[in-house]
Design a protein around this ligand. Structure first.
Ligand SMILES: NC(=O)c1ccc[n+]([C@@H]2O[C@H](COP(=O)([O-])OP(=O)(O)OC[C@H]3O[C@@H](n4cnc5c(N)ncnc54)[C@H](OP(=O)(O)O)[C@@H]3O)[C@@H](O)[C@H]2O)c1
Length: 245
């Protein structure tokens, strides 16, 4: 992990994204916290600047091409390069398919999958020019196993895996790697909403006997971004306490 590098973390304001942002900042990486709520992005960036003073918070809606392009232009003007992109922004709108509103399908696909497409497209040209880049896309165990009540979310997360493998093949010869990290159940705002009974059931399915922490995911992301992982591309790294093997 080199100190002169610049990372964009979408959804970096809280949860897994924030843990990734803090982890990289503590290794001297300049971090751009890109998330929907400008106040939250800046509040997290303020915390991160204690570790990496040039880090910034930027408002961006990953589902909107104009917003993504403006964010990447701003980062390029400020830092002159983008070395790492972590496509982490994600939402859920859980319900059974029979009850699902089209809006819930579209919102989840647009944020999770189209967001990954738009952000990757906006940075990959810069990375090709630099002859260096690392993209890590946050998928989910649900994208591999499926989960009742999450057809929209599972489709978006499975889509991210196919997207990552295809882009990895397109840019491997340019010094760019593209990988996915598939977390299991991690303790964040996204899982805090689950009823206690559901959490107990989930925990019983995890051989490690506990939910994961955002830092468990950040450690895998850090490795994939590091120079040690330059020969790893198109892979899915599972961080799930053994829930899926
Ligand atoms: N938690 C888990 O158990 C788990 C398991 C597997 C995979 N994941 C995946 O890991 C990622 C992070 O999850 P988390 O649990 O940390 O989620 P979280 O706490 O709910 O945080 C979600 C983040 O995404 C941002 N965001 C949402 N919509 C956005 C948009 N349109 N544009 C830009 N940013 C947007 C939010 O920004 P604001 O705060 O500014 O609104 C927030 O920073 C997600 O992709 C999720 O699917 C999570």
């Amino acid at each position: 992990m080199s100190e002169s590098r610049t990372a964009i973390i979408t959804g970096g304001s809280q949860g897994i994204g924030k843990a990734i942002a803090l982890d990289l900042a503590s290794r001297g990486v300049r971090v751009v916290v890109a998330s929907l709520n400008p106040g939250k992005a800046e509040a997290t960036a303020l915390e991160i600047r204690e570790k990496s003073p040039e880090s910034i918070g930027v408002q961006a809606d990953v589902s909107n091409a104009e917003s993504v392009n403006a964010m990447v232009d701003l980062v390029f003007e400020r830092f002159g390069r983008v070395d790492y992109l972590v496509n982490n922004a994600g939402i859920t709108r859980d319900t059974l398919l029979m009850r699902m509103e089209d809006e819930a399908w579209k919102a989840v696909l647009e944020t999770n999958l189209t967001g990954t497409y738009l952000c990757s497209k906006a940075v990959v040209r810069l990375m090709v020019k630099q002859k260096f880049g690392r993209i890590v896309n946050i998928s989910s165990v649900v994208g591999v196993m499926g989960n009742a009540g999450q057809t929209n979310y599972a489709a978006s997360k499975a889509g991210i895996i196919g997207f990552s493998k295809s882009l990895a093949r397109e840019v491997a010869s340019r010094g760019i790697t593209v990988n996915a990290v598939a977390p299991g159940f991690i303790q964040t705002a996204m899982t805090d909403v689950l009823p206690e009974k559901v959490r107990e059931n989930l925990t019983s399915m995890i051989p490690a006997g506990r939910l994961g922490t955002p830092e468990d995911v950040a450690a895998a992301v850090r490795f994939l971004l590091s120079d040690s992982a330059s020969y790893i591309t198109g892979q899915v790294i599972h961080v799930n306490g053994g829930m899926y093997m």
